[in-house]
Design a protein around this ligand. Structure first.
Ligand SMILES: [Zn+2]
Length: 128
């Protein structure tokens, strides 16, 4: 993953600070380590002082992103269940529902990471 550092893909996949890529925005870097705190974030980056929550309820916008991200997971689950395992449509449907539940922490974080990367951009050298 290190070779992606400096690209938006790195910040989106790892949840790293979108400006310096030096540390995780989240209090728990692993989205599954504490299921009720999956979305709890640090207020600022300790390296570059970037404020993550740009304005109040900034991350509500991530809901719009979580929709296409969820669809992408659902389509992938359908293709694997229906074409590779040749399950029926009803079985595939339950696989999709299960996939969305199991991957929910990842989907919600990906949506936030993508959302904040629309507004914050990588800077090679910090000002400090
Ligand atoms: Zn930073």
């Amino acid at each position: 993953m290190k070779f992606l550092k400096g690209t938006k893909v790195y910040s989106i996949l790892t949840g790293a600070c979108p400006v310096c890529h030096e540390e995780s925005m989240y209090k728990h870097p692993n989205p599954y380590s504490s299921i009720f705190q999956t979305l709890s974030m640090n207020e600022r980056c300790s390296h570059c002082q970037t404020k993550y929550k740009i304005e109040p309820s900034f991350f509500y916008g991530a809901m719009y992103v979580s929709y296409p991200v969820g669809i992408a997971f659902a389509v992938a689950a359908f293709i694997i269940a229906n074409f590779f395992f040749e399950l029926t449509l009803l079985q595939s449907f339950f696989i999709i529902v299960g996939t969305l539940i199991v991957f929910m922490p990842i989907i919600m974080r990906l949506a936030r990471n993508i959302w904040i990367n629309f507004f914050k951009h990588f800077k090679k050298k910090s000002k400090h």
